[in-house]
Ligand binder design. Structure first.
Ligand code: SF4
Length: 206
């Protein structure tokens, strides 16, 4: 069965994201879709953003059960749910409770592979954009991690967290002050419609 999927690409710097209207009628039909298979990981770029825009969420993250805190990242481990798992931010009735701008990178960029938007030649610029953005974020986050580690700070130690995030911000401000050229290669926002073959349940690839 063919269906049309509406996508909206947002070039919003390090908070760029993709909206997908198929999520509201997820072909997995299990009330969790991709969020049943993922444990979000918040790195420096996310932590600094949350510290400024939603400090209460940052505080909540560090207080949640089932997190893995490393020197420069926090993973919210998925929890068992039936015969699989569920992300701790996801509810069967309301989906993800985080608005797009507060989610980490994978959650902001992920689109089910069966939708196949990357194969559309008109959207090649967005494919290139999100690939370059992912690489850029990895470079920034690795750099921020090294920056705090060199100063013997670690998010593992609650007493270090405020200072570590402050130094991450200092590093990111300096490193990201010259925005890479790929940010200028796509518009601020673009809507697209793609057609794909729908399959249901576990037949739908995540
Ligand atoms: S944070 Fe939101 S989008 Fe990401 S896996 Fe969890 S529920 Fe899904």
């Amino acid at each position: 069965m063919q269906t049309q999927v509406n996508l909206v690409f947002h070039n919003n710097g390090l908070r760029s994201y993709i909206e997908v209207d198929l999520c509201a009628r997820c072909p997995r039909q299990d009330n969790k879709g991709c969020c049943g298979f993922y444990s979000p990981v918040f790195y420096a770029t996310d932590l600094v953003y949350l510290a400024h825009h939603q400090p209460e969420l940052l505080q909540e993250i560090f207080q949640m059960d089932g997190i893995t805190v490393l020197d420069a990242s926090v993973t919210i481990n998925q929890q068992p749910d039936g015969d699989s798992y569920r992300c701790r931010f996801h509810s069967a009735s309301a989906g993800c409770r985080l608005p797009q701008n507060l989610r980490e990178s994978v959650c902001r960029h992920f689109v089910c592979p069966d939708i196949g938007w990357e194969k559309n030649p008109h959207l090649l610029k967005w494919k290139n954009f999100f690939e370059q953005l992912a690489d850029y974020e990895i470079r920034l986050n690795n750099g921020a991690a090294e920056f705090i580690q060199a100063r013997r700070l670690s998010l593992r130690k609650p007493a270090d967290r405020q200072e570590a995030i402050k130094l991450m911000e200092e590093f990111l401000k300096k490193e990201a002050s010259n925005q890479p050229a790929f940010f200028d290669e796509v518009p601020v926002m673009e809507k697209a419609v793609v057609s794909c073959e729908l399959r249901f349940g576990k037949e739908w690839t995540l």
